[in-house]
Design a protein around this ligand. Structure first.
Ligand code: PXG
Length: 462
């Protein structure tokens, strides 16, 4: 269908001036970018006035949906009152203080202090500096190495990209930086042995951490970092028991445990933090946050620091020579305060646990009935499935067919945003959707899968 002149002009300007993140600009130019112009509740509209269900919540962040008035008011009021002031040189601002207190009120026990950043990447970079500083102060300055996992995503800065376990990121820019190493991910479909039980795999996968620590020497290891549920890697839900064993190993070797809850935090799994979810159930030492903290309305991230670490930094550390102009930005902080207030006042977590998550889980799992789909599974409101060329044999499509991109395109055209990651398709819908909207997403996904099946059949691929 021909697009409007306005869209055409925007696409030309887009290609000539705007370098997109994680994108091949030439391939965007060949097709023309989809330009999103409006959002309301769970829906977005593009410049051609197509209404689309945003089942990715922007980029795992617009948890409270678009146009949420209390968040908009919080930003507007703060812009009028005090648009900015820094938190350096013995100053502070009211919203940043209020937000850190509000976060402490919902965080697991023992988490009472927060360091603010502008993004999840900066939060992870902050974490690297903070844990190394912690061990320095404790007189154990050889403890420097951070262990992460392959196929993790922790950001795009030098530190964040190094912690991430994406080889295609490391290839650009000589990463990882020194002192960051990776172990394999707890993804049974890829790393499991034939006939291995989930429990056995959980133990074996967690023990890769112990093996790595022994190889490096515990006296050289500062921390282990992991997403409770891997997001950008394709919604990889760890096997039951994995995190418990990881925690044991960290304790045994005196290594800090960092939960990167940039995606999982602030209700995504039906709890304030994934660490509190029965399937994860850990007591980390630091929690990395961003995205849902402000529902994506204004950039903000942070590190929530357990007393075990923060008491050392505060009472023995003196200056921590680290921070950003916008650490504790008052407008972002005020939106964060409003986000937490909304979740509390609406009793959103109870509502999700009782009415939405179980319903969504059942409906999403029904996608397993589709001839192309296997391993459709969710936890909280993140979900992923595998596209199989031959479901019985668990045979994947050849990579160069880019079946995930074709599927994503059908989804877009049928009015739902779904992401492709290799052979996996994933969603993370807004926490404010209702059951009717769950049905809407699922039926649009089924239609798109049918379209995909038909198109592959015509080509003789299935
Ligand atoms: N940690 C996790 C677990 C993330 O998911 C970051 C850190 C970095 O946050 P910032 O705010 O610096 O982007 C993220 C970000 C994707 C995708 O393709 C995911 C993210 C970012 C961009 C793309 O799913 N997650």
């Amino acid at each position: 269908m021909p697009v409007s002149n306005q869209t055409q002009q925007l696409r030309v300007d887009d290609f000539n001036h705007y370098l997109h993140p994680f994108s091949d600009m030439l391939s965007i130019n060949n097709k023309g970018a989809r330009i999103i112009v409006k959002g309301d509740g769970c829906y977005i509209w593009d410049s051609e006035n197509n209404k689309i269900f945003d089942a990715m919540s922007g980029l795992w962040c617009v948890n409270l949906g678009y146009g949420q008035k209390s968040l908009i008011d919080a930003a507007t009021e703060q812009l009028n009152t005090l648009a900015f002031y820094n938190s350096f040189f013995q100053t502070a601002n009211t919203p940043a203080i209020e937000l850190s207190k509000a976060i402490a009120s919902v965080a697991p026990d023992g988490f009472n202090r927060v360091f603010f950043t502008n993004s999840g990447s900066e939060a992870n970079d902050t974490m690297i500096r903070m844990v190394r500083r912690y061990w320095d102060i404790k007189g154990q300055s050889s403890k420097k190495i951070i262990i992460s996992r392959w196929n993790a995503y922790h950001g795009s800065t030098m530190g964040g990209a190094s912690l991430s376990g994406m080889k295609y990121m490391h290839e650009q820019g000589d990463l990882p930086i020194p002192g960051i190493v990776h172990i394999a991910q707890p993804y049974q479909l890829e790393n499991g042995l034939p006939n291995e039980t989930e429990t056995d795999f959980a133990l074996r996968a967690a023990n890769w951490l112990e093996e790595k620590i022994l190889e490096l020497g515990a006296q050289n290891v500062a921390a282990f970092v992991g997403e409770p549920v891997q997001g950008a890697g394709g919604v990889i839900i760890p096997p039951s028991g994995y995190w418990l064993r990881i925690q044991e190993i960290c304790k045994k070797y005196d290594i800090l445990l960092v939960a990167d809850e940039v995606i999982c935090g602030f209700g995504r799994l039906g709890y304030w933090f994934a660490s509190q979810h029965p399937h994860i159930n850990i007591n980390p030492d630091l929690i990395i946050i961003a995205k849902g903290l402000t529902s994506g309305y204004i950039p903000m991230g942070g590190v929530i620091v357990h007393d075990k670490v923060s008491e050392v930094l505060v009472h023995q550390g003196g200056d921590f020579n680290h921070g950003f102009t916008y650490s504790g930005h008052p407008v972002a902080a005020n939106v964060g305060v409003a986000t937490i207030k909304y979740i509390k006042e609406q009793k959103l977590l109870q509502h999700l646990q009782q009415n939405i998550i179980p319903y969504f889980a059942t409906k999403f799992a029904q996608l397993n009935n589709h001839p192309l789909v296997g391993d459709a599974q969710s936890i909280g409101l993140v979900a992923g499935l595998v596209l199989y060329q031959d479901k019985q044999q668990k045979k994947h499509f050849a990579k160069d067919l880019h079946v995930d991109n074709i599927c994503r395109e059908f989804c877009f055209n049928n009015g739902v945003v779904m992401r492709g990651v290799g052979n996996r398709m994933i969603i993370a819908p807004p926490l404010v959707m209702n059951q009717t909207q769950v049905d809407e997403i699922i039926s649009k996904i089924v239609l798109s899968l049918d379209n995909l099946f038909d198109s592959l059949k015509v080509k003789g691929i299935v």
